[in-house]
Design a protein around this ligand. Structure first.
Ligand code: G4P
Ligand code: NA
Ligand code: NA
Length: 189
């Protein structure tokens, strides 16, 4: 997606440890117009799939997921990382390990928002090692729902996530694919 790549080139900052900082349009401040276009692009890429629901993880997956839900006219559910006052029982839960942070987190979705009739599109902001997507896939399997595909805003193709999803035969559409970081610059695939 050209507009997204341009935005990454203009505003992205390459940090040590192969991390791209994009907090002025995706991870902290959000660019609604760009996010709207991102939602439309996901709708176009998955137009032939009978999607009934979008799943993501809080917090940074929510903006692109909601815009995709708007374009596709389906509800959006975000997995929570923390127990909430109102989210206590009847949960699907998965453990997500972060290689970046070296910590494990539980993610949870209420059972009332996902069932065997659902055809699910997973949306997330970044695809790195794919652990967040795997956690959502475990929840989709536990609900006997059907995974139709994965939509990613920014993929770091040199990390394990892309290969992992390809090996499972999942349609994975990333709107920007980063092949490498070289001398503080982003190299797109
Ligand atoms: P994985 O799910 O692909 O295995 O990701 P990993 O554990 O490596 O990443 C942990 C967190 O860091 C995730 O956000 C992920 O989206 C984010 N992340 C990974 N690589 C990058 C990067 O290059 N740049 C930025 N900005 N983020 C990256 P999270 O902890 O779930 O946080 P949030 O959704 O609340 O923002
Ligand atoms: Na994320
Ligand atoms: Na993030």
């Amino acid at each position: 997606m050209r507009a997204l790549e341009e935005k990454i080139r203009q505003d992205g900052q390459v940090l040590p440890g192969n991390v791209l900082k994009v907090d002025n349009f995706l991870n902290h401040q959000i660019d609604p117009q760009l996010m709207f276009a991102i939602g439309q692009e996901f709708q176009r890429l998955f137009a032939d799939k009978p999607i009934t629901k979008i799943l993501t993880v809080e917090s940074s997956g929510i903006a692109p997921a909601v815009m995709a839900g708007l374009a596709m006219k389906v509800p959006v559910v975000f997995a929570r990382k923390h127990k909430s006052l109102t989210l206590k029982d009847d949960l699907y839960t998965a453990t997500v390990y972060s290689y970046t942070k070296k910590t494990s987190n539980q993610i949870s979705i209420s059972r009332k928002f996902l069932d065997a009739n659902d055809h699910v599109l997973i949306i997330d902001d970044f695809l790195a090692n794919g652990q967040a997507v795997e956690g959502l896939m475990a929840i989709i399997a536990a609900a006997d729902a059907t995974l139709e595909g994965v939509g990613i805003v920014i993929e770091k193709s040199f990390q394990k996530g892309r290969q992992l999803l390809d090996e499972k035969g999942i349609q994975t559409e990333s709107l920007a694919r980063i092949k490498a970081f070289a001398d503080g610059q982003v190299v797109f695939a």
